[in-house]
Design a protein around this ligand. Sequence first.
Ligand code: ASP
Length: 588
Amino acid sequence: MLKTHNCGGLRAAHVGQEITLAGWVNRWRDHGGLAFLDLRDRSGIVQVVSDPDAAPGAHAVARQARSEFVLQVRGVVRRRPDGLTNPDMPTGEIEVVARQVEILNPAKTPPFYVYDDSPVDEALRLKYRYLDLRRQRMQRNLILRHRVVKYIRDFLAARDFVEIETPILFKTTPEGARDYLVPSRVHPGEFYALPQSPQQLKQLLMVAGFERYFQIARCFRDEDQRGDRQPEFTQLDLEMSFVEREDVIALAEALLTGVIEDCCERELLLKPFPRLTYAEALRRFGSDRPDMRFGMELVDISDLVAESGFGIFSKTVEGGGQVRGIRAPGCGSYSRRQIDELTELAQREGAKGLAWMAVGEGGEVRSSFAKFLAGEEIAAIIERMEAEPGDLLLFVAAAAPVVNAVLNGLRLELGERLGLRDANVLACCWVVDFPLFEWNEEERRWDPSHHLFTAPMPEDLPLLDTDPGAARGQQYDFVCNGVETGGGSIRIHQREVQEKVFELIGLDAAVARERFGHMLEAFEYGTPPHGGIAPGIDRLVMFLAGEPNIREVIAFPKTQQAADLMAGAPSPVEPEQLEELHIQIVDE
Ligand code: ASP
């Protein structure tokens, strides 16, 4: 080794020892007489002093060093003089007096400061990702990620899971996105598809008798890059045989609780994780991925206003819609402008308008609609909403899906404004009993709401023939801080049921056989009942790290436009390569 010690590990106990360090110059100061270098390696930073009188050779080299030069320093650890210790630095009690300094490699002036985490334009960070990764924040995040994955591996290995790799060059494995395709040179005109998840392969591993499988799996989905997504991402993919829904949820909850408590300091608010049905999640939060860090639940007042003199309310209820609201504590003093802002947000989510009522400190009411209501109607609303003086009540009258979307949007916005969405707090929940299908109006067919292989609830099986929209799936979603962070299900393991689902989603029998014939066939060779789940590693680590997006916990992420700015990918290729692949580029 070119070094005997790590910079960040030196303490008062090392005083007097002669050591060799190697690392990067974090910062340097030349005081004319003495030169000070902060030397950094992965473990941390230590101060190196060079003295022209004591070691002229070392000093001459040290004086040439600039930020990010790579140095080797031989020297002696000494206690810092009184008054010069730095309690903010783990190594702040000591310094290293240089005896010999060698420049292992000089460095150009970096395009941004590496020595601190001051904000830098993200495009620049991604272009020089190797420098960005040198910074403390990214070092911390990637080391955290390593610990999380290690925890997961140990946890599962201790419970008899076997880690098995599955191919990247495979066949379409749909999870609702477009496939990435890889042309085959050997088979002209044919393509591999990169797996959107190892879903089929893990099910086949259950057919193969492994009983408990996991993999830290890379998944590829060619989606429009809305929101916080990456074209390739990592999930903990796992599958178990001879289990029911409860078994998978219990195992995943123990694992996730363990990871959170072991790998970060953030407060885990709700233990055990609350379990909500899909219908309950929509009713209480307007969303199937509720942010459980705060309350502000949706309240139905339809019955109170059905007969009221406010036409928008009464007509909506009469027409089968609903009137629901939320209570924003302490927002009763909002100005017209602030309320207009919320109204615009409501309109963006699909509402025609926003009805509001502010309860003053003395109980007096300011409102966009109260003048159309009788006194007792107003009192009943205040009571139902549990409004206190100083609160703002917001109401939406529309069809249920619109009310859900709008109030969910308002709830999240107000939660943000009121500081209730604290990244230091983690609140997880399970959402279960999803509908098995969603109606696709454009294509006039059913889409699987999870994926094609999710089993219906046993008691809902007959509904596949009579009322597919009412059938619930044996699916479960893991939600953390309002973000879907993993999902899984008990799978279909009988060929007839699988064929029935293919039929409902409009997969012609011949196409189904061509795409998934291997699954259907496997189901005829003794398939155990099985199920699994796949929590997203990127998202999980993002929450543990308290980061706002997954790019901060991925070493080499792509931009929202699916580009790698460092290497410049994607990029054109040589004409010969295309020729070998039998591919022609067609200019639009
Ligand atoms: N394959 C699913 C997904 O990627 C997870 C699962 O059902 O286990 O979302």
